[in-house]
Design a protein around this ligand. Structure first.
Ligand code: FES
Length: 156
């Protein structure tokens, strides 16, 4: 894994934070470590094709998950739902180089959140607001009595 790229991405993560006007939202938790990641998607129409306009994320996860999520939100811009569904965890984390075995699930968590958001959109053609089917923020999803074991990334 490219440590310099990891640190540079963490120093200035892109697309971090809730998207209030999102068309779709997906949330996954990793059974490997208990971390969670939520991703929001906004679509637009370009030349008759519906493509991802922008994406954002929130993470209760490790640094690798945050870096991969940041890269993924950039990578999927301009892609159709079908194109984005083709992306593997390896492709989403490619700028970091091969992840060590103990970090592979971090990239898979990002892939899972992306696919959950892509599926959420296809299941309901009407825009989905985060409050319709999920808690609006990850902290709302977590039990209030268990704050000690998660890493919280505050967004501005
Ligand atoms: Fe849990 Fe990386 S260690 S997402």
């Amino acid at each position: 894994m490219d440590e310099a790229t990891l640190q540079a991405t963490l120093a200035n993560p892109e697309n971090l934070g809730e998207m209030t006007d999102a068309d779709a939202v997906g949330t996954v938790g990793s059974p490997d470590c208990g971390d969670m990641l939520r991703m929001w998607l906004k679509y637009k129409e370009v030349d008759g094709r519906k493509v991802i306009d922008k994406a954002s994320f929130q993470s209760f996860g490790c640094q690798t998950a945050i870096a991969v999520a940041s890269m993924a939100t950039r990578l999927i811009q301009g892609k159709t739902r079908e194109e984005a569904l083709q992306l593997s965890a390896q492709e989403l984390s490619a700028p970091l180089g091969p992840l060590p075995p103990m970090k592979i699930h971090c990239g898979q968590m990002v892939e899972g959140a992306l696919k959950a958001a892509l599926d959420a959109e296809s299941a309901s053609p009407a825009p989905i607001t985060p409050t319709q089917n999920t808690a609006p923020t990850l902290s709302d999803s977590l039990p209030s009595h268990n704050p000690g074991k998660v890493k919280i990334v505050f967004t501005s």
